[in-house]
Design a protein around this ligand. Structure first.
Ligand SMILES: Nc1ncnc2c1ncn2[C@@H]1O[C@H](COP(=O)(O)OP(=O)(O)OP(=O)(O)O)[C@@H](O)[C@H]1O
Length: 238
């Protein structure tokens, strides 16, 4: 497993400009191993763009990315599982069949499919087709796909989208179990309360800039998360 001292993801001056519009400006992420790191910020803040650069889906305009203590490389991506741009799977196939297709592409065993099905509590979904899954089940299938191959890092874009409180609690339990063995998660969200309930550390991004990074407890020492959030984003509390 990864050395406990070395950040799993580290960026320095990471920036992305679309045309003339800066989307991400000089972001220095520091993601510690064994933690759930929540990248938080309003809509359009630059969260997805940041995660896509980390995953090699978008080239940075400038700046550096390190994965597992080394300069970014495509090779390191084999140690990362990701779910980005929402769930994507074959609607006419069951959860297990979808995972078998994915496992085949990744070159991992059928036993690994059973492991991840159990990890996300979908082993009872049987022959039910993915297109008739609830939002919660779709999210769990996306998580199972990201977990295939036993990655050291999971990168999840808005994993709690559309979940009810029970679904969010179940997601939290699954993510927690994943990190118990020293694995790391980076997830994004625009929902303050949900990041607060899921993450150990947060990175608050607003207008492309990282305005806070650190523990959730230090983010709002008086416990008023909303006040701290609005003070840093420049937003106004209703
Ligand atoms: N491919 C693109 N071309 C042009 N502009 C883009 C592109 N992708 C993102 N942007 C812009 O970059 C900014 C950051 O977008 P991004 O999707 O990273 O935000 P986000 O924090 O993930 O937002 P949300 O919570 O709404 O998903 C936005 O102003 C967006 O319009």
């Amino acid at each position: 497993m990864h050395n406990a001292e070395v950040p799993v993801v580290r960026t320095a001056g990471l920036s992305k400009t679309f045309g003339r519009t800066p989307a991400v400006e000089s972001v220095d992420l520091h993601v510690r191993p064994g933690r759930i790191y929540g990248l938080l910020g309003p809509n359009g803040a630059g969260k997805s763009t940041t995660l896509k650069m980390v995953l090699g889906l978008l080239p940075p305009s400038s700046g550096e990315i390190q994965l597992f203590g080394r300069p970014w490389s495509r090779q390191a991506l084999s140690r990362i599982g990701a779910s980005i741009n929402g769930p994507s799977f074959y609607g006419h196939l069951s959860a297990r069949q979808n995972l078998m297709v994915h496992a085949h592409l990744l070159g991992v065993s059928g036993a690994e499919v059973d492991r991840v099905l159990a990890a996300v509590d979908l082993h009872g979904s049987g022959r039910k087709k993915a297109k008739s899954f609830s939002v919660g089940m779709q999210g769990r299938l996306a998580l199972a796909m990201a977990m295939l191959g036993d990655p050291e890092l999971l990168v999840l874009d808005e994993p709690q989208n559309g979940l009810d409180p029970e679904g969010t609690a179940a997601l939290r339990a699954m993510l927690r179990r994943f990190t118990e063995t020293g694995r790391t998660i980076v997830l994004s969200s625009h929902l303050l309360s949900e990041v607060a309930s899921l993450a150990d550390d947060i990175g608050l991004i607003a207008a492309g800039q990282l305005r806070y990074q650190g523990g959730i407890a230090e983010f709002a020492p008086d416990g008023d998360l909303e006040r701290a959030y609005f003070a840093l984003t420049g937003g106004v509390r209703a």
